[in-house]
Design a protein around this ligand. Structure first.
Ligand code: NDP
Length: 330
C-alpha cells in the first residue's frame, strides 16, 4: 500500500511536487497497537503552515516523512484490549492506506449516531472552531450584524449558522456563484458578497451592512478584512480564526492595518485556536449534535474519492474548490 510523504517545503502554493507517494508494506500491530484501514482523511488549511520550517502552534512536518492529519479508520487487526476488529476510530493519522497506530492515540466513534465523516467536519474540529469562535469571542446579540469570511467552507458555514441561531443578521463572504446561492438559499444568510467579482469590497460591505459590523468571524485575513475594519461598530468583536489568503504568500503580507479602527470602535480582536477550548469540547460537541438533530444547522461535505486524490484535495482548498468540508474518501 501507499503513504504520502512531504517531498519538499513549498514556496507559495503547494503543487503535486510537494508530495511523494511511497510504497510500503503493511506492518503488523505490536502490543497496544492496532492496524487500521483508512476510511476518510481530512484536508485542512492549517496543514499548509506545517509544511513550512519553524515553530508554530503545531510542529512542522518533517521532510521525507509522512504527512498526517485528522482521519477515520476501521480496525482490521488489534493487539489492544480497548479496540476490536471492526471498530471505527478517529485520530491524527498518517496519510497512509493501512497505518499502524497506538490504540491510545485514537478515539472510538459510534457510527450509529451520525455519518462517521461528520466527526471531521460539523461534529469535529471545524464545527467546534465555529462554535467557540462565535459563542465565546463574537458573542452576537439579537439583531446585531455578524460578518463571516470564508463563509461557505467547513468552519465559516457553521459559524454563520450558529450566529443566526443567536439571532444575528449574518453576512457571508465567499468566492463562487454556487457558494453564494448555497449560503443564501440553503443556510438563509441575510446577505452574501462574492468577493472576487465586486469592484469595491468596502462599498459592497457597506451596502450589505447598513448598520455597520458588530462582530467579524475572520477566516481569510488580507484585503477582504482590510476592507471590513472601517465598518466596525462600537465594541465590535473580531474572532481571528484564520488568514487563508496569506498562507501561500511569498511576498510582503497585506496588513494588518487594523489599529486605528480598533481604537476608533473600542473593538476587541482575539486570535484563537480551537485547542484553547479543549476542556469544553464536550459542551461544544453536545450543542452541535443537538442543533444538527433539530435541523437548526446543516452541513455539506465535498467528498473526493481515492487515496491518490489527497494532495489535489488539499491544494484545492486554496483555490476555493470545496463547498463545505473537504474530505477524501479512501
Ligand atoms: P474551508 O473549508 O473554508 O476551505 C478553504 C476556503 O478558503 C476555500 O474554499 C476558499 O473559498 C477560501 N479561500 C482560499 N483562498 C482564499 C483567498 N485567497 N481569499 C479568500 N478566501 C480564500 O477551510 P476550513 O473551514 O477548514 O478553514 C477556514 C479557516 O479557518 C482557515 O483560515 C483555517 O486555517 C482556519 N481554521 C482555524 C482553526 C483554529 O483553531 N483557529 C481551526 C480550523 C480552521 P472561496 O471560494 O470562498 O474563496
Amino acid at each position: 500500500h501507499y503513504q504520502i510523504l512531504l517531498a519538499e517545503r513549498p514556496e507559495g502554493t503547494p503543487t503535486r511536487d510537494t508530495f511523494h507517494f511511497d510504497r510500503v508494506s503493511t506492518a503488523s500491530p505490536s502490543s497496544g497497537e492496532v492496524l487500521l484501514k483508512t476510511l476518510y482523511l481530512s484536508v485542512d488549511p492549517y496543514m499548509r503552515g506545517r509544511m513550512n520550517e519553524g515553530k508554530s502552534y503545531v510542529p512542522p512536518f518533517e521532510l521525507h516523512e509522512p504527512i498526517s492529519g485528522g482521519g477515520i479508520g476501521e480496525v482490521v487487526e488489534s493487539q489492544s484490549s480497548s479496540l476490536k476488529e471492526g471498530d471505527i476510530v478517529i485520530g491524527n493519522l498518517n496519510w497512509e492506506e493501512y497505518p499502524v497506530v497506538s490504540a491510545d492515540a485514537v478515539r472510538k466513534i459510534d457510527p450509529s449516531l451520525a455519518p462517521v465523516s461528520t466527526h471531521l467536519g460539523i461534529l469535529g474540529m471545524p464545527g467546534l472552531t465555529a462554535y467557540f469562535g462565535i459563542n465565546d469571542i463574537c458573542r452576537p446579540k439579537e439583531g446585531e450584524t455578524v460578518v463571516v469570511s470564508g463563509a461557505a467552507g467547513a468552519v465559516g458555514s457553521a459559524a454563520g449558522q450558529i450566529a443566526k441561531i443567536y439571532g444575528a443578521r449574518v453576512v457571508g463572504i465567499a468566492g463562487t456563484d454556487e457558494k453564494v446561492r448555497y449560503l443564501k438559499e440553503e443556510l438563509h444568510f441575510d446577505e452574501v458578497i462574492q468577493y472576487n467579482t465586486v469592484e469595491d469590497m468596502g462599498a459592497a460591505l457597506q451596502e450589505a451592512c447598513p448598520d455597520g459590523v458588530d462582530a467579524y468571524f475572520d477566516n481569510v485575513g488580507g484585503p477582504i478584512s482590510e476592507a471590513l475594519y472601517p465598518l466596525l461598530n462600537k465594541y465590535a468583536r473580531i474572532a481571528q480564526c484564520g488568514a487563508i489568503s496569506t498562507y501561500n504568500s511569498t511576498g510582503e503580507d497585506v496588513g494588518p492595518r487594523v489599529q486605528q479602527y480598533l481604537v476608533k470602535a473600542s473593538a476587541l480582536m482575539q486570535g484563537f485556536i480551537v485547542g484553547d477550548f479543549s476542556s469544553r469540547f464536550q459542551e461544544g460537541s453536545e450543542k452541535l449534535a443537538e442543533w444538527l438533530q433539530q435541523g437548526s444547522i446543516t452541513y455539506r461535505e465535498n467528498v473526493v474519492e481515492g487515496f491518490q486524490q489527497t494532495p489535489d484535495a488539499f491544494i484545492g482548498l486554496f483555490k476555493g474548490e470545496n463547498l463545505g468540508k473537504q474530505i477524501v474518501k479512501i
